[in-house]
Design a binder for this molecule. Structure first.
Ligand code: GLA
Length: 720
């Protein structure tokens, strides 16, 4: 087999390394991805020793030189690897065969933005390896921008496809990452679910063939997150190998692990090729979304910490990286559409007494909106319902001592609206077919610059005329009838152009109003991804506010996304989605896992409940820095009915434990904590003093089950 490596390209972080080998033939292979090796470790033997298999094609007339057996970086289809390609281009003569070979590579100590797409950044050391491949027949180029974030042990990649030929080419597939791993002894982690039960962690053994998650919904979706990880069967939260990837994108995607005939695994992720085609004219470029990926041998919890740390520092709006987030009251589950000025202000007055800092006016404040039947798109305040214009109402909230936030759903339009009457051509639709409704609304065609401009102007007007500190940006349906009156002859570009349009809008608004905190929402967690997080530092994770259901939803989201980015509200009982009764204490402990808010009618509560909420909020505020920005770890309870986690900063350790099943006749047990410094001393609020070793091997006492079930939290101070 002719696998002569003529050049080894390396990219390192403080403890990780990717090594690529350029073969004499010009093909590029992945030689190594893992712990950092000694400088100049020569790795060509990794592929030289691969044994020859039968019934595979030779390459370049060399007998036994078989690309299909090699760990190819960004494989093409059929030339001659017949496994899943990382990309595909269709040429004018109908050919779908490309042949990109190494042209050159360079290193830079910086990372550029990706035109039109969100991407990570860093103030600290970043090295970017740019590798350029060229197709000798067409002159087309592939540029790989592979960046290593030294201190964070994280890598990113985005690919630029340059059409240097004289013809328009059709991109039909363009993933952001293709990692060929030389065995299949893996299990796959994904986050799956549905509306109301998002982000459920799934772990399955790999088998020969395809497995993974995807979205064809026009949004990343409630049912699957653009995340995939491969772990060893023996990997747990605190030890073992993990390779994980997350796509900085909010639309259709695919993440898959494909095991070939020879027990190799190809991990791929990027834009979905389903219903996708992009025409690239001569001299034009196409950029794939950025992918973030990492490797650890220290278990899944370490992966969590790597992603959370990286996203806080290197993805979200720097104005909010360490800024304490306000405790809010949202009126949705308190009133739904049924409110007036008196009701809103009554809620506001109660809220301020309890220590709440921001009031969010949810759906129903505009047009004739008193149900889901009408008015989306007509963003003029309903002054009759609000009792005045918006400015005066906001002033009353400010006088009460509350900042003000507003709900908006800018990507949509109701059939019964002035906007739709004036611009029926602005919706996503197929010529001569009546478009389908969902939640009685249509989706605006964000590929149209006129639609983008309308949304930008509308939101800029609202934000410049009113003292709004917070915007809840909702999106309550997926895209059906995928078609555009604007993209004539380019219909298959709509999915991606919609997302590019959305990013342009979000970018203009966040640039003009960098201090407005935007919480994105898509009927809960229907678009919870790094693409949205780049613009909106908070995301409402689920419309299911039941404390028990929230445990797995929030724990799933925190698998990669920072806790402070996850919207968590205390709501009423019986819970509006599942009818469950839980104690106020339990609801508080669970909501403290993320960004605390309240979403219930405070005016109907008993005095004792109000006192309890006031204490909860005071407690949260006193520990806000730790709870919102502390280093997060999952704590193994060895009990499927109990969930526990902890947050840690320089001075404190916070531990939360929730058991959801009361059992009779039990004896007290203890909760052993992971990952502490053995000799560090920790003191709880009762003055009990423990060493790290004691907490890890003996643990904290779990109180016995009372009432419905038990939720406990401990705050421990560190001393020497
Ligand atoms: C979506 C959101 C809710 C609420 C409603 C308003 O369902 O997820 O929180 O804002 O819309 O219509």
């Amino acid at each position: 087999m002719d696998c002569k490596v003529i050049k080894q390209l390396e990219l390192r972080t403080k403890s990780k390394q990717i090594s690529l080998g350029v073969l004499e033939s010009g093909h590029v292979c992945l030689l190594y991805f893992g712990d950092r090796l000694a400088e100049k470790t020569e790795l060509s033997y990794v592929i030289r020793d691969i044994q020859r298999a039968s019934y595979l094609s030779d390459t370049d007339g060399e007998r036994d030189f078989r690309l299909e057996q090699l760990p190819i970086w960004y494989p093409a289809f059929g030339n001659p690897d017949l496994r899943e390609p990382a990309f595909q281009i269709e040429y004018e003569n109908g050919s779908r065969i490309s042949d990109f070979r190494f042209y050159k590579a360079n290193y830079r100590n910086q990372k550029s933005k990706i035109p039109g797409l969100p991407s990570t950044f860093s103030e600290k050391a970043v090295t970017t390896l740019e590798i350029i491949l060229k197709d000798a027949l067409t002159e087309n180029r592939l540029h790989f921008f592979l960046s290593a974030f030294e201190e964070y042990d994280m890598f990113t990649q985005s690919i630029q496809i340059v059409n240097d030929s004289r013809e328009t080419i059709k991109m039909t597939k363009a993933t952001s990452l293709s990692l060929d791993l030389l065995d299949d002894r893996f299990e796959m982690l994904t986050l799956v679910g549905a509306w109301g039960r998002e982000m459920q962690l799934r772990r399955t053994r790999l088998q020969q063939g395809f497995q993974g998650v995807d979205s064809k919904r026009g949004a990343s979706g409630h049912g699957q997150n653009p995340f995939i990880a491969l772990v060893r069967p023996e990997t747990d939260d605190y030890q073992g190998e993990v390779i994980a990837a997350n796509l900085v994108y909010s639309g259709n995607f695919i993440a898959e692990a494909i095991v070939d005939m020879h027990q190799n695994t190809r991990l791929q992720m990027g834009l979905h090729s389903f219903d996708f085609q992009w025409d690239l004219a001569p001299k034009e470029s196409f950029y794939t979304p950025e992918i973030v990926f990492t490797h650890t041998n220290q278990g899944v919890n370490k992966m969590t910490q790597l992603f959370q740390h990286f996203y806080l520092d290197c993805l979200i709006n720097p104005n909010f990286t360490k800024k304490a987030r306000p405790v809010l009251l949202n009126n949705w589950e308190a009133t739904y559409f049924n409110f007036n000025r008196q009701k809103l202000l009554a809620l506001g007055r109660e809220a301020t007494k309890l220590g709440i800092e921001l009031f969010v006016l949810d759906d129903g404040w505009f047009g004739e909106r008193n149900s889901i039947e009408t008015s989306i798109g007509d963003w003029q305040p309903n002054e009759k319902k609000l009792g005045s214009n918006l400015q005066l109402l906001i002033q009353e909230f400010l006088d009460i001592g509350l900042d003000f936030g507003l709900w908006i759903e800018p990507e949509m339009v109701s059939p019964k609206s002035q906007l739709f009457t004036e611009h029926p051509e602005w919706i996503i639709q197929v010529e001569n077919r009546k478009p389908q409704l969902s939640r009685t609304q249509y989706v605006l065609d964000l590929s149209q610059p006129a639609v983008q401009d309308f949304i930008i102007q509308t939101i800029k007007k609202i934000l410049s005329e009113n003292r709004i500190r917070y915007l809840k940006w909702d999106m309550n349906r997926n895209i059906t009838d995928s078609g555009s009156t604007y993209l004539v002859g380019h219909q298959k570009e709509l999915g991606h152009r919609y997302i590019l349009g959305l990013y342009r809008i979000l970018s203009e608004i966040t640039t003009a109003f960098p201090d407005v905190l935007i919480e994105s929402c898509a009927g809960g967690g229907g678009r919870f991804d790094p693409g949205m997080l780049a613009y909106t530092p908070q995301i409402w994770i689920s419309d299911d506010t039941d404390a028990v259901q929230r445990l797995s939803i929030q724990q799933g989201a925190a698998l990669i996304y920072p806790n402070v980015c996850i919207g968590c509200h205390v709501s009423a009982v019986p819970n509006h989605q599942v009818g469950r009764m839980t104690s106020l204490h339990t609801r508080g402990v669970v909501a403290f896992q993320g960004n605390l808010g309240y979403e219930l009618d405070l005016t109907t509560l008993e005095e004792t409940e109000k006192q309890q909420i006031a204490q909860q909020i005071e407690h949260y505020k006193r520990n806000r820095q730790l709870l919102q920005f502390g280093k997060y770890s999952r704590v193994n309870t060895f009990d499927e009915n109990a969930t526990a986690w902890m947050k840690e900063d320089e001075q404190h350790l916070w531990v939360s434990y929730v058991s959801v099943l009361a059992k009779p006749n039990t004896v007290p047990k203890r909760l052993k904590l992971p990952l502490l410094v053995p000799e560090q001393r920790y003191m709880d609020e009762q003055g009990n003093d423990y060493s790290g070793t004691e907490l890890m091997t003996i643990g904290l006492p779990i109180p016995q089950v009372k009432e419905d079930f038990i939720a406990t939290e401990w705050r421990l101070s560190k001393s020497n």
